[in-house]
Design a protein around this ligand. Structure first.
Ligand code: DGJ
Length: 318
């Protein structure tokens, strides 16, 4: 059987997701970057045997989104700026800058300064760079985008290649920031959506922008919501549920939406985390193809499914 005829591999929401080594994928709060035909999945590496003082980002690669090869712990960060113990690195997202040919990683850096008593008080983004997708990233700095608090971040790359950072700013709402030319800074606030949401994700589908976010309930699941707009700058519609409210997003929290433009159809995948706060290394993933179009977006109940990466067709098992 040639690769093209082989049946697509199955994606199993909520299961342990083994990589090529048979180890559960460590890419929590993650994001996907496509380079040529290769998808790279970056996320929080919360392996049990990680060194306690360091914070890790892992990178995996795949051509079909179902089978993932471990590439590298691309960031093993020691306390970079004299933060209080217990500082965090969450939700890393990697952009590729075609002008500088650099891979630029954004991450949520948080904690407190010594003596400030812990918690998520810093509310900053961190930036790291690398010459290759899966090399060792060099941490550059952290900052507050345009002076604003920033906790959960999301990544959106528009069809024209423009790169945006979605950022939760607790006092104000959800920002969609445009990055600077070299991606090393946040250049412009494209939109402030005045909604108390985190876990931000955006997709552009059939002429409309869809934005998803979750409520602010820590590691606990809640009904994630979506709004639509014709332009990233808004105006954005009211937020509505992506699934029946009692389903609590089937135990997941949004981290990204990924559009697959196939030869037959386009598929938008909801990527979420099913957090296990006391055993984070065992946190699971909920990836499902969304029912999307005409201003409506719905996350179907999780079932095993397959994706034909060439045609864009998703098949949910019955
Ligand atoms: C919810 C966020 O979405 C997660 O990334 C993490 O920051 C937790 N809160 C911490 O409670």
């Amino acid at each position: 059987l040639t690769a093209a005829l082989a049946a697509p591999a199955t994606i199993k929401p909520g299961d342990v997701w083994p990589d090529n080594r048979g180890r559960h994928i460590q890419a929590h709060g993650g994001g996907i970057l496509k380079v040529g035909d290769m998808f790279y999945w970056f996320g929080e590496d919360r392996s049990r045997d990680n060194e306690r003082g360091l914070r890790y980002v892992a990178c995996y690669s795949s051509t079909n989104l179902a089978q993932w090869t471990f590439r590298n712990q691309v960031l093993k960060l020691a306390n970079p700026e004299n933060f209080e113990r217990g500082w965090v690195l969450e939700r890393p997202k990697v952009f590729y800058n075609a002008k500088t040919k650099k891979f630029v990683m954004y991450m949520h850096i948080d904690g407190s300064r010594p003596g400030e008593g812990g918690g998520y008080q810093l509310a900053r983004v961190g930036v790291a760079v690398c010459d290759t997708a899966d090399g060792d990233y060099q941490y550059l700095k952290s900052f507050r985008p345009l002076g604003n608090e920033s906790r959960d971040i999301g990544q959106f790359i528009d069809d024209d290649g423009a790169a945006y950072l979605i950022s939760e700013d607790r006092p104000n709402g959800f920002h969609i920031y445009q990055l600077s030319d070299d991606y090393l800074n946040v250049a412009k606030d494209i939109c402030l959506i005045r909604a108390r949401l985190e876990g931000g994700a955006i997709v552009h589908y059939d002429g409309l922008y869809y934005c998803i976010g979750s409520a602010l309930t820590g590691w606990d699941p809640n009904p994630n919501k979506y709004a639509t707009a014709k332009s990233l700058a808004g105006p954005w519609s009211e937020f509505k549920g992506i699934a029946p409210p009692e389903a609590n997003t089937y135990g997941a929290q949004s981290t990204m939406m990924l559009k697959i433009s196939g030869t037959k159809t386009n598929c938008v995948i909801f990527m979420g985390d099913m957090w296990r706060p006391s055993t984070q290394w065992d946190s699971r993933y909920l990836w499902m193809p969304l029912e999307i179009g005409g201003g409506q977006l719905c996350l179907p109940a999780p079932r095993d499914w397959t994706l034909d990466i060439a045609t864009g067709e998703a098949k949910i098992e019955q």
